[in-house]
Design a protein around this ligand. Structure first.
Ligand code: SF4
Ligand code: SF4
Length: 350
């Protein structure tokens, strides 16, 4: 059974006392990886332009100081996105990160799959969906990866936290594409008003205007889901729930590939929890009360513990209510079968 350490705290309290993160890492035995001269990557999501719910850079200032006191070489680690936006290449991505205040962490930023997201190393795993995963090249120079994840709902996986941050977040663009490429949306004739927003935002020019509605050209679609998020009428949807499950399994295989090659530990921020992820280019309100922060060496256990804490606090399945068509536990269950971690855990309140 894996141990998950939990500190109950609100977003505002953590802003006043961000040193609590270092305390939690010490208690969880994670700081022993902050060795002299080691390259310690902090896997982070800088938030899409206009987003406000990403992990606040002020939370990371004492952690940065502590890592330097340990004489490690800490840096902020991220990869480019598959879809259009401000994080699609390293230059725009870093400018956005600075704009979102990450310079104050005093750590350099490394966009690990290169300027255009094309730098990868093939990692062999020999699993059901993938024999080879295309992981961000710079990942292989990291001595230790501390995966910092913001728990949110997610339109493709039901929720996103540690496993998603590993699997999708450490893949180069080719790897992200291979995880998404079975997801093909359909457009409802009844709901589509032909506004053309999906046509403009599709990175693969896979949507065309028909007579009564827009339609997806299946051969061109790369399954990035951008059209689902931009449609103002909710006219774009994925039909079969197996598609969601399939993507979740692929993502879990990528997460497995990362942990097979790099030692990792995890911190989940269950604060300012939004219905959609931090890739949304708009400000969203938190939809449930803050819960706290969790620490673990097990990505499956920390995600399951985060979900259980949501359920316990809300006394309802708040994550399922956000995305009722998605079995959000599926990717964790599959991850457990891969040996990525355990759904059974011991929660230790600190
Ligand atoms: S049709 Fe939708 S899912 Fe397919 S590539 Fe275009 S935006 Fe992405
Ligand atoms: S964004 Fe939605 S409503 Fe607008 S054209 Fe596309 S499917 Fe139709």
């Amino acid at each position: 059974m894996s141990k998950v350490f939990f500190k109950k705290i609100s977003y505002e309290e953590l802003l006043k006392r961000p040193d609590i993160i270092v305390d939690g890492l010490k208690i969880a035995g994670i700081t022993e990886n902050f060795k002299k001269d080691n390259f310690v990557g902090l896997k982070i999501h800088f938030g899409e332009k206009g987003n406000k719910s990403f992990i606040n850079p002020n939370f990371l200032i004492p952690l940065s100081k502590f890592l330097k006191k340990c004489q490690s070489r800490p840096f902020l680690f991220e990869t480019n996105t598959l879809y259009r936006g401000e994080r699609m290449n390293a230059v725009d991505h870093m400018n956005l990160a600075y704009g979102h205040g990450f310079a104050k962490t005093n750590m350099p930023i490394v966009i690990a799959d290169g300027i255009k997201g094309n730098d990868y190393i093939e990692a062999k795993i020999d699993k059901k969906h993938f024999k080879t995963c295309f992981l961000a090249k710079a990942l292989f120079d990291v001595d230790f990866l501390l995966v910092l994840s913001h728990l949110t709902g997610h339109m493709l996986t039901g929720f996103g936290a540690a496993v998603k941050n590993l699997g999708m977040g450490c893949a180069a663009r080719r790897g992200k594409l291979s995880q998404h490429c079975t997801m093909q949306p359909v457009i409802s004739e009844k709901k589509c008003i032909m506004c053309g927003m999906c046509v403009k935002s599709c990175p693969a020019q896979a949507i065309e205007k028909g007579e009564a509605k827009c339609y997806v050209v299946k051969e061109k679609c790369i399954g990035c889901a951008q059209c689902i998020s931009v449609c103002p009428r909710g006219a774009v949807d994925i039909v079969w729930s197996e598609e969601y499950n399939l993507m979740g399994e692929k993502m879990a295989e990528y997460a497995y590939a990362v942990t097979k090659n790099i030692k990792c530990a995890y911190v989940n921020f269950c604060l300012y929890i939004t219905k959609e992820c931090d890739c949304m280019n708009k400000e969203s309100a938190g939809f449930i009360k803050d819960i706290g922060i969790l620490f673990s060496y097990d990505p499956v256990a920390i995600d399951k513990a985060s979900l259980d804490l949501v359920q316990k606090q809300e006394n309802r399945d708040a994550i399922l209510e956000c995305h009722p068509k998605i079995n959000y536990l599926h990717h964790l269950q599959y991850a457990e079968t891969l040996g990525l971690g355990s759904l059974n855990y011991e929660l230790v309140e600190i």
